[in-house]
Design a protein around this ligand. Structure first.
Ligand SMILES: Cc1cc2nc3c(=O)[nH]c(=O)nc-3n(C[C@H](O)[C@H](O)[C@H](O)COP(=O)(O)O)c2cc1C
Length: 188
């Protein structure tokens, strides 16, 4: 498959089979992230791959606690989008998926925000290439992850990627993309 074919095929998945995946595959996914460009080549990323069921359960409980608080106060357009996508504070994928890759960025490195998101882009395509699925999950509170995963405070958790085999039929009509004509203007 070409890269563009992979890009078109990739979809966010929120239900996973419990089938395990190997550490070798997780290493290949992290290796793909390591090829991302980064500001001043600082490579401001670190990844914690969690398969321990007990730890996944604790991460889920903490995320759901933050989600419930968030759902209580979210209003307007954001609330409408959440119900359009049938999202709720329940995050079963955090315990279903065999692995959670927690993405940390080193806050003191210049351009860490820009760089970390490119590395995530590389990973989600590699996950697709391996016939697996993922979701870029950004819970409303993530600082608890430093203590839970023994990461120093120089690092900031930016996303959790559940990784596993998909167990969901995606409704593509809710995931339409803007047309090229809406995205670009040429100035010759
Ligand atoms: C920066 C970012 C944050 C996201 N955060 C969440 C999230 O917290 N929860 C969630 O269910 N999906 C999250 N998503 C997934 C998007 O909802 C999804 O990519 C979008 O609806 C398009 O669907 P697709 O990925 O299947 O093409 C996030 C995606 C990005 C890029």
């Amino acid at each position: 498959m070409t890269i563009v074919e992979l890009m078109k095929k990739r979809r966010s998945i929120r239900r996973y089979k419990i089938s395990p995946i190997s550490k070798h595959l997780i290493n290949k996914i992290i290796e793909a992230a390591s090829y991302a460009p980064s500001g001043l080549n600082r490579q401001p990323w670190f990844f914690v791959a969690v398969s321990n069921s007990n730890l996944k359960e604790r991460i889920r409980q903490e995320c759901e606690k933050h989600e419930r608080r968030f759902y209580e106060q979210v209003k307007g357009n954001f609330r409408e989008s959440l119900s359009f996508f049938d999202l709720s504070p329940v995050k079963s994928f955090l315990t279903q998926a065999p692995y959670l890759i927690v993405v940390f960025a080193k806050k003191e490195d210049p351009y860490w925000k820009e760089s970390i998101w490119i590395s995530i882009g590389y990973m989600i395509l590699k996950i697709e290439e391996e016939g697996l699925a993922s979701l870029t999950y950004t819970p409303p509170g993530m600082s608890f992850l430093n203590k839970m995963l023994s990461m120093s405070n120089n690092y900031k958790a930016v996303a959790i990627l559940p990784v596993g085999y998909p167990d969901e039929k995606v409704n593509l009509s809710k995931r339409k993309r803007k047309l090229i004509g809406q995205l670009v203007k040429f100035i010759d």
